[in-house]
Design a binder for this molecule. Structure first.
Ligand SMILES: [Fe+2]
Ligand SMILES: [Fe+2]
Length: 164
């Protein structure tokens, strides 16, 4: 494996957890598309609520793991990256805020959820945009980080990333 492949491999491991999260987003987008132009059925509402709950919990878990394990390690290894990594952590709060608010709207009964659908769509659109921007920023920072690590540090990061 050459240096470039090793770097790509490391980043893809770190970002692996984003794949199920992106899938959950696609599912939720699908439910919202189904309810376009009408009141949501009880079944569509239940699917949306369950999906948002799962996504909120997975996000909170994913962000905690990054902030507890990976980010402090990276700042320690590469102090020059501190600002970039702090910015990644700060973005977690806004993304979680939108997920928590979406989950709260989804907990309403189906009629009330249906009435709030416009707000749900707007919130979901903001959430999606913030999440996509964050994933892109994280990918960019991690690619920069991967270039600066020694072989030994790379191995340690790979171990940390396995738990992400
Ligand atoms: Fe992440
Ligand atoms: Fe993150």
């Amino acid at each position: 494996m050459n240096a470039h492949d090793r770097q790509t491999d490391l980043i893809s491991q770190l970002l692996h957890d984003h794949v199920p999260l992106s899938k959950a987003l696609t599912e939720l987008r699908g439910v919202l598309a189904e309810t376009e132009g009408g009141a949501p059925s009880r079944e569509a509402h239940a699917r949306f609520a369950a999906g948002v709950r799962r996504m909120r919990d997975d996000l909170i878990e994913h962000f905690s793991k990054e902030e507890e394990g990976l980010f402090p390690f990276l700042v320690d290894a590469l102090p020059a990256m501190q600002r970039d990594i702090s910015a990644l952590a700060a973005a977690h709060d806004g993304i979680c805020g939108a997920a928590v608010r979406l989950a709260a709207l989804a907990e309403r009964d189906t009629a009330a959820f249906g009435k709030a659908l416009q707000q749900v769509r707007a919130l979901f659109a903001r959430f999606e945009m913030a999440y996509a921007e964050h994933s892109k920023a994280e990918q960019a920072v991690l690619s920069k980080v991967a270039q600066g690590l020694t072989e030994e540090q790379r191995r340690l990061v790979a171990d940390l990333a396995r738990d992400l």
